[in-house]
Structures are given as C-alpha cells and as structure tokens.
Design a protein. Sequence first.
Length: 293
Amino acid sequence: MNSQTKGILFALFATFLWSVNMVIASGVKGHIPPVGLAFWRWTVACIVLAPFAAKRTFESLPILKKHFWYLTLTAVLGITIFNTLIYFAGKTTSAVNLSLIAISIPLFIIILSRIIYKEKVSNIKIAGIATIITGVLVLISKGSLQALLSINFTTGDLLMLLACFFFACYTILVRKKPQPLAPKVFLFSVFSIGTALLLPFYIWENINYQKVIFDSTTILITLYVGIFASLVSFYLWNEAIRLIGTSKTALIYYLIPIFSGILAYFFLNQAIGLTQITSMGIIISGLFITAKK
C-alpha cells in the first residue's frame, strides 16, 4: 500500500470516527456539561496512551523543552479550545447550523495552506470544492432554497465558526511537527498539555455551573470520545496530513455529513430520502474532481 492510499484511508477512518461522535452527541445533548465532557474526553485519551508513550516521552524531554511553545500552541488550538467550543456551540444552535458552518474547516485549511505554504489551488480544485459545498448545502437545506435562506445565526454559530478556524490552524501546525518526535510522543504531549490547561476551567464549571454525574451513560460516552474520537482519530488525522498533505486531508472532512447521515439512519432511525442520496452523490463527485491532477 503506497503512502497516498494509506493517507486517504487514515483520513477517511478519522472522519468516520468523528461522524460517530456527532451522532452520539446529538443523542445525549445536555447530559454532560461542555467543559466536563472535554476535560474527561482528553483525560481518558491520556490515560489510554500513557502505557505506550510515557517512557518514550520522558526520553524525549530535551526535544519537548526545545519545542515547548509550539506544542503548547498546538494543544491550545486542537485540544483545549476546539472541542470545548463545539460543545458550547451545540447548546445554543441547531444541528443544521453546525453542519453548515463545519464545511468551513477544509476551506480555512486550504486558504491557510495557500498563505503559509504557498500551496497552489488549481481551477479544477476550486471547481471540485464548489461542487462539494453545493452537495453539503443541498443536504442541510433538504433541497429547499427557502429553508437555506431562513436559517438564523446565533452566538453558538459564531462559536462554531471560531472552532472551525482553530481546528484549521491546528491542522496547519501539525504539518510543522518536529521530525525527531515520534507520533505517539507528539500526541501524548499535546493531549497532556491541552488537558492540563482545561483543568482550571473544569474546576470552575463544577463549582459554579454543573457537576459531571458519572452514571453508565456518561462513562460509555466518555470512553468512546476519549479513545476513538480523540486518541485514534487524531493519530489517523495527523498521519494523513504527513502522508498526503493538509489540503487533500482537509477535503475528506467533507464526507462527515454522508457518514453522519448513514449512521443516523441505522442508529437513530432517521430516514435517508432522495435529497440525502442526491447530496451524497454531489459531494462524492466533488471529491473525485478535486482529486484530479
């Protein structure tokens, strides 16, 4: 298996795991407070990764100290802020709006890659991106222009947009990962720093807002988002960036609405109609267009 195929498969699986996370989140909205879910999500990821990475991380301390500020900025953007903002955004806006705003992530990544790394954006790639966006808009509007025009934006929408920008910045920073750092050392360092920075906010939320109730639902949700939607997916996403670059990896993120729709059909009994099938076809066509050289 060559690096291109491997990178695409890694990005696809990471996107699928995040899609499962979205379906779970829609079913347990409000059960866990935002910072609490974010804090325990990354705590679980750190605990699971520790046996495999702690020793190597300790041996890499000189390199970690040298790149401390880079690692801290990466952790703040991708761990401390990104997912926490999404959990806050979900409290004050609709799933439709979140889906609409989420398509800005690949666009932010492509724009930043163009500015920072001088990556060229060909006319065919622009056409492919436009096709993908059309498919996503058809999906979330159910083919109705009136429904699309009637969407109202809230504070949560602005938070989601900000979260998308931060994740795009994280993705760009991952490409600058110091070569001597093994992937598991990089992940463990970033996860640990990001979780530590969340701790004071978690304590404040517990005292002044809402405590996390550790019932069976909370434990199962936390284990999933901590292991699969955090540890596994971030490793795969980071490796995809290394193998195929930021722009190609970003485009695969557009498949989230397709994965989420299929999962919702099987697990939430949400029907897939002609509009959903049409939009999936448009999105996949856009991905094939952007893949052309």
